[in-house]
Design a protein around this ligand. Sequence first.
Ligand SMILES: Nc1ncnc2c1ncn2[C@@H]1O[C@H](COP(=O)(O)OP(=O)(O)OP(=O)(O)O)[C@@H](O)[C@H]1O
Ligand SMILES: [Mg+2]
Length: 340
Amino acid sequence: MFHLKRNPAYMSLYKLICIGFLYEVPDMDSLPVGLAGKGELYFNGGMSVLKVVDLKKSYRTGFFLTSTEVLKGVSFELEPGTITGFLGGNGAGKTTTMKCLLGLCFPDSGQIEYFGKPGMSSEVKSKIGFLPERPYFYDYLTGEEFLLFYGQLSTNLSRSALKSRISDLLKRVDLSHAKSRLLRGYSKGMLQKVGLAQALIHDPEFVILDEPMSGLDPDGRHSMAQLIEETARQGRSVFFSSHLLHDAQQLCKNLVILAGGQVVYEGATESFLLDMDSGIEVTCFSNGKLERHNFQNNEGVQNFLRTALNEGKVVQAVQPVRRSLEQAFVDKALRAGDRS
Ligand SMILES: Nc1ncnc2c1ncn2[C@@H]1O[C@H](COP(=O)(O)OP(=O)(O)OP(=O)(O)O)[C@@H](O)[C@H]1O
Ligand SMILES: [Mg+2]
């Protein structure tokens, strides 16, 4: 297939066959993001970093090339300078959405707007950093050589300026000590960090990370979370997908939750959590014993407190019972997906 692709005549034939079977032929070098296929990409000149409207995408699979709609009209908007979590179960369509955003696959329809600039110019591309779900690392390169390679592709910096940026990035991702080590000697967490450094090498304004914490242990997740936070503190907008809902809960100002190819929640993480409050718990001491009582509303709590105080109980805490994002996600998002 590699030889076919390199021969122009065979390549045209290959494309025709692919189009005939409705497969995709992503040609990353020549493809302006969003201009290929029926999907439309334009820029609104507004304030959002990214606006996605009614994005649809189907794949044809199996012997009979049955069409399956993977994205069923996905719409959302990202605020600048914030971290937004893109959550969803396996197969929800997160990677497909991100691929559409980057022009790595062609949407059937829908619109994608990036920060107020017309067309996917090289200028706009240069403002986006990307860490794919399954990045490939040339493991015979050292960490520093790897970043030098990508830096030379994506920046116009002189070699010495680039080396100084790489040194700074390696420091930030805590890999200075391993800069001369071959990537084959890096742990999974170290590879994710060098992958993030690669996404930041050209100093992008907007960073898209597909599962940056996947496969990391709690330490690795914590350290990746800190890096993501630091990236946003420097004024960048971050959009990252994750299954690790606990991390998203702590990191993200906003959430976009996808289920079955549809957005089931878009908005503030806090509002999502408030929406998920499932009552109020009162903890008190009575006759030396700890008691916990659950109420569905404030009225129930007030009635209980009046009686409890009259009876001489010592009230220790009154707090909302909040389901974790994980529980809320399972309850709300996945069920919504099932209904679709
Ligand atoms: N090239 C393809 N051809 C056919 N079907 C595909 C293709 N890519 C993705 N799909 C299907 O699209 C659906 C969404 O996949 P996608 O990878 O976007 O999900 P995801 O939310 O990223 O899942 P995960 O959390 O497992 O990474 C899945 O059912 C998948 O099988
Ligand atoms: Mg994915």
